[in-house]
Design a binder for this molecule. Structure first.
Ligand code: UDP
Ligand code: MG
Length: 326
């Protein structure tokens, strides 16, 4: 069975989460204007203002007033990048939808190249970071994280790919239908399946303003990725338990044999204290891991809405209404 042929000029939706991006927005708007000016396709740009407390909302309102293809959703507080993207996807329009950061680290000029891949029949085209113009320690940490995640995740999550991607409408609809609260978009995107392909790009440095992800948020994102897509950390407890039992058994045999042969029992409260401390530590770590899973199960069980839309501007008005009072 063959998929229906791709449209020559599909409607293109852009989803752009913004949190305190007043410094970069003027440049972004300029670059977007220059980019879409000669596109044959209809364009629907949706900004999600993730509870900014600088001039972001005013700048976005003004942009939406000037351009009928722009719209903005304002969330009632800061819900975080992944939720802002989820809100944007939910309200997006277009036969294809691209997700990009506001800080121009994901160059919008790369979208036509992704669109070309979509025309070839791919449903998800994700941008793979060839080089990052960021701090080397952070770069190494990212590289390590993606490699660990690839080994332990139960879905295919591509290496060095973030949320910058272009998706077919049917993929977006499937992601929107997923009810989970701890949303790791690049994982959900991989989970959906269909035909996916990566295209390399060079990740620029942030154009202006400060990064909004601090270490705690990055760690939390990494934890969400691991916990939502792998149960291996839970199994580590069983392996460590098996290993330490085996070790204990070997030591027991040695003590018995040694006692029988030489008639002496080995002295040493120090070794005992070390064993108690090490294994006490391991047990607490394992409890902590279980706790991380339980807290996420708790989030899911509470089933609160993912976000609340405070207001909207531009074409997003109609679709935002249903989410305003969840
Ligand atoms: N962002 C957001 N909500 C947040 C944090 C970030 O919507 O709570 C947006 C931010 O405005 C930017 C994108 O998410 O458009 C990526 O954020 P940032 O550049 O700080 O992350 P990094 O590039 O360091 O991963
Ligand atoms: Mg950035």
């Amino acid at each position: 069975m063959r998929n229906p042929p791709r449209k020559e000029a599909p409607a293109i939706g852009l989803v752009i989460p913004c949190y305190n991006e007043e410094d970069v927005l003027p440049v972004l708007l300029e670059r977007l204007d220059a980019l879409v000016r000669d596109w044959a396709s209809p364009v629907w740009i949706l900004f999600v203002d993730d509870g900014s407390h600088d001039r972001t909302p005013e700048l976005l309102d003004a942009a939406c007033e000037r351009h009928s293809h722009m719209a903005c959703l304002r969330l009632s507080r800061n819900f975080g990048h992944q939720i802002a993207v989820s809100a944007g996807l939910k309200h997006s329009r277009g036969d294809v939808v691209a997700v990009l950061d506001a800080d121009l680290q994901d160059p919008p000029e790369f979208i036509p190249a992704m669109l070309a891949k979509w025309r070839e029949g791919y449903d998800v085209v994700y941008a793979v970071r060839e080089n990052r113009k960021e701090n080397p320690i952070l770069r190494a940490a990212y590289a390590l994280f993606y490699r660990i995640l690839k080994r332990i995740a139960n879905v295919k999550i591509p290496l060095d790919a973030g949320d910058f991607s272009l998706m077919d409408r049917r993929v977006v609809d499937h992601i929107n239908a997923m009810p989970e609260h701890n949303r790791f978009i690049r994982g959900l995107r991989g989970w959906v399946g269909f035909r996916q392909v990566g295209v390399p790009y060079s990740r620029e440095a942030r154009q202006a303003g400060a990064p909004k992800y601090n270490l705690r948020r990055l760690l939390n994102l990494a934890m969400n990725g691991v916990i939502s897509f792998s149960s291996i950390p839970l199994q580590v407890a069983s392996w460590m338990g098996a290993l330490s039992s085996l070790l204990g058994f070997v030591v027991l045999v040695w003590v018995l044999v040694n006692g029988l042969v030489s008639g002496r029992t080995p002295p040493g409260w120090a070794s005992l204290a070390v064993i108690v401390l090490v294994f006490g530590g391991i047990q607490l770590i394992v409890l902590g891991i279980i706790g991380e899973y339980i807290s996420r199960i708790f989030d899911e069980v509470k089933s609160r809405p993912h976000y609340i839309v405070e207001r909207s501007a531009g074409w997003a008005d109609a679709t935002a209404e249903e989410c305003r009072h969840p």
